[in-house]
Write a protein that binds this ligand. Sequence first.
Ligand code: SAM
Length: 365
Amino acid sequence: MSIQDILSKDTLSREDIIRLLSAETPEEIELIRSKAYNTMLEYVGDKVYLRGLIEFSNYCVNDCYYCGIRKSNANTERYLLSVEQVIEAAKLAAEFDYGSVVLQSGDRRDEQFIEYVVSCIKGIKDATKSEKYPEGLGITLCVGEQTEETYRRFFEAGAHRYLLRIETTNPELFSKIHPPQQKLEARIEALNTLKKVGFQVGTGVMIGLPGQTLDDLANDVLFFRNMDIDMIGMGPYLPHNDTPMGKQYETTEEIKKWRFELSLRMIAVCRIVLKDVNIASTTALQTIHPTGREEGLRYGANVIMPQITPTEYRKNYMLYEDKPCVSEFAAECHSCMQMRIASVGRSIAYGVWGDPLHFRNKQKN
Ligand code: SAM
């Protein structure tokens, strides 16, 4: 079947998705990109929603083999922002009119941490309430696997979106990139629990992992569809020298190029298959290519997360090497982001939470 025939179908099969992901000629890729872009325009419009990203701590109890802030990396200087610093950063987001913030950190499950996150959520809500934001800024959490009770406490405190990447849905690959105590089933259960608690739920995968196939990525897309996911955040796998995977696998320029292009095709395929979800154009895309985030927008993404972590801490939140925006101030990231978004003919939806339409549409049905 030709790419054009596949793109005219209502529901894509696994084989169709694999065929789209394996497209190589510029003509085929452009067909996929423009179908994704038009699907985006039809289902979610052309606005870009912003979430100020606060990476509030790099302490982590997990030991993922790919991640620079894994617990065994002794070369990372650990930090935890104070609740006041987190609230100050969120106030800056409100000043810039971002509408929402994302609170992200390494995984911790101790009571002190849970209480701290609850205080940050409540503090942000109180500090950012205004005529424009009667309920304060929208808050997305990205703080890993927690118990149902903890998820409830976060939700009741006022967070309403949660990002938890599945990383890969291939059980064998999942167990190759994580220590034995981290389980794929536990991630799936956590995603189900988040939905049950009432969160708008986001997930995603790393793209171009050593040993990952197009079959795997097609299964990932079908997983997103079957799980009725509201938001997608994904990007290329990038090496970090102080990790087992960074040491084991060589990353050539050719591999980087392949990972970048495959990541863009994944964004496009997710847009075509999932239609009304929010899709982020992530920092990892900009790390692998100087205009990666703009390209993500051209392939159907509609969310960007500008950095608002206080500058002196950014260099310690190195999930992978060459992470951009580590020495800029939030105001610089703000104007850089505006320029980048405008450069691909898109405009920013200021002052709104920007919830995924998929979540609202589900509730109507
Ligand atoms: N602890 C939380 C969690 O695990 O969901 C949030 C922080 S975690 C560092 C955020 C995401 O960073 C992970 O889900 C993973 O996909 C991504 N990440 C970590 N190391 C990476 C790498 N080397 N390349 C690309 N993405 C990476």
